[in-house]
Design a protein around this ligand. Sequence first.
Ligand code: G4F
Length: 327
Amino acid sequence: MARTALITGITGQDGSYLAEHLLGLGYEVHGIVRRVALESQRQRLGRIAHLLDRVVLHPGMLESYPSIYSVVGRVDLDECYHLAAQSFVAESFDDGFSTMQTNVMGTHFVLAALKELRPRCRFYFAGSSEMFGKVREVPQTEDTVFHPRSPYAVSKVTGFHLTRNFRESYGMFCASGILFNHESPRRGLEFVTRKITSSAARIKVGRQQRLALGNLDARRDWGHAREYVAAMHAMLQQDDPDDYVVATGRTNSVRDVCECAFSVLGLDYRDYVDLDPKYYRPAEVELLIGDAAKAREQLDWEPRIGFEALIEEMVRSDLELASRGEI
Ligand code: G4F
């Protein structure tokens, strides 16, 4: 019999790739989406438009326990992937309260509803390398101490501990992925890689003149989202629940992204990029680089797409969109 999975955040970058991955494995896939998304499908369901006849969408909101409870009660779930969150770090400095509300309470609501109604359902929590923040060691592993540097990161540390607490207190199968930055042509336009690739493409076709950025020296461990969702699934197939770092083990600066993206189009980023203090964060995470040895050994997971190939894929996709006037 087909296994059934629920994805919160199914309309996002990771949710859309995960839905494809699970459908490919024969799963029955359900997703929670805001009611407003069902009413304006073209704008809000774009990433899963090609999957709409193969997934079941339930209107619901993370901010409401009754809403989550009712969806969880409706479907006999084997696995739940909790990806929905306010995931833009910069925004969390502007409105820490709603980031906390959505990310902390939302996670607690999903865990509590599963405990009540589906205690045998396996649960995945989308942890983040932002939890390492002001890093205590390089590279970061599952044992590295957290030092979160933003309301977003604090919310993810709390969600991580909640997840572990449900595992240890109630014997539920709850696992967390500590995913380092992962990008793709489906990345939101506000995140730095996509901001750069979309701007470079728009500049190339004459739809934009300049690109304003913040800290060019920040370094991240950037992988491809399509590969990272396979690790999420693998975590829920283990004999015992655990936490795993998912990363490439390579770090690049924001400047490297600029150089790579513009050079794909035969341009020099130095001719177009301006620094704007508006994009600096009150507290920055300077360097992230993960050691995914545990995922390699236990999940048999390994990233194959390198940094340059990732950025080039994003640029080429954005060039098509920019040529059609869609970005
Ligand atoms: O692309 P970013 O906004 O991603 P960030 O903050 O690293 O967070 C992303 O990855 C996390 C995993 O580690 C996720 F948990 C999180 O949800 C999200 O997906 O910024 C990357 C870096 C930062 O250091 C930022 O200061 O780029 C720097 N940056 C420089 N100029 C900029 C800009 N970031 C953005 N978004 N926009 C700029 O203009």
